[in-house]
Design a protein around this ligand. Structure first.
Ligand code: DC
Length: 216
């Protein structure tokens, strides 16, 4: 069974997807982490996003995997913390708009999830990666709620930003992710919309689990 959870950044996808996968005993696949890992790989190699020839070369050689504890590995090194910095967040939309990056990662996502029951979270899971997913959810939340969630995440990593800067970052990323030509962030026609602005994590998880149990 495939469960697709899409939505903009900081809409509550990650925690929800992880907990739902745990409850159901499914694999959890964070596809945003994969785009972030590619972005980090390009940054570390000093290659600009618009240097198509070198981006292609390095991406062909890049290995993106998850270890047994679901930590993301870039060329066999755990990069799960490094990919969460504000710097990577500001670069990732441009990288994820590149057709050959999407091609490579979508192929990997279908391989990992195809043989297992899986909860996938991202931007294009219900529209492109698994359009026939049994369940599709599209999570949204108010911009100030999302900025506050991002602030808490960054503070845990020792980074600090103002709420107004975070709002600007999130709005910019939403615009880039929604306006790109290939696989833009968009709600699938058959996805259930869930506004998490006023829900606790427990409430949003229960809501989704109930919807799955009642419609299986
Ligand atoms: O969910 P996230 O913030 O970690 O995702 C990081 C970026 O990756 C996001 O700005 C857009 C991109 N992304 C994508 O294009 N397609 C996906 N399926 C998941 C993420």
């Amino acid at each position: 069974m495939i469960i697709a959870i899409d939505g903009p950044s900081a809409s509550g996808k990650s925690t929800t997807a992880r907990c739902i996968a745990e409850i159901l005993g499914f694999i959890h696949l964070d596809t945003g982490a994969m785009y972030r890992a590619v972005t980090l790989g390009l940054k570390n190699a000093g290659i600009a996003t618009d240097d198509e020839k070198n981006v292609r070369l390095i991406i062909d050689k890049m290995e993106i995997q998850f270890d047994a504890s679901n930590k993301i590995l870039l060329n066999h090194v755990d990069v799960s913390s490094e990919i969460r910095t504000a710097d990577i967040s500001s670069r990732v939309s441009a990288v994820s708009a590149l057709p050959f990056v999407r091609e490579k990662l979508v192929k990997t996502q279908r391989l990992i999830a195809g043989e297992n029951s899986c909860v996938l979270e991202g931007r294009d899971i219900g529209t492109v990666v698994f359009p026939n997913a049994e369940f599709k959810f599209f999570l949204i939340a108010d911009i100030d709620v999302r900025a506050r969630r991002r602030l808490i995440e960054l503070e845990k990593m020792g980074e600090s930003k103002t709420i107004s800067d975070l709002i600007k970052d999130i709005v910019k990323r939403d615009e880039l992710d929604s306006s790109r030509i290939l696989s833009p962030l968009i709600q699938a026609k058959d996805a259930i919309l869930i506004d998490t602005s006023n829900l606790t994590i427990k409430e949003q998880i229960n809501k989704i689990i109930n919807l799955i149990n009642h419609n299986k």
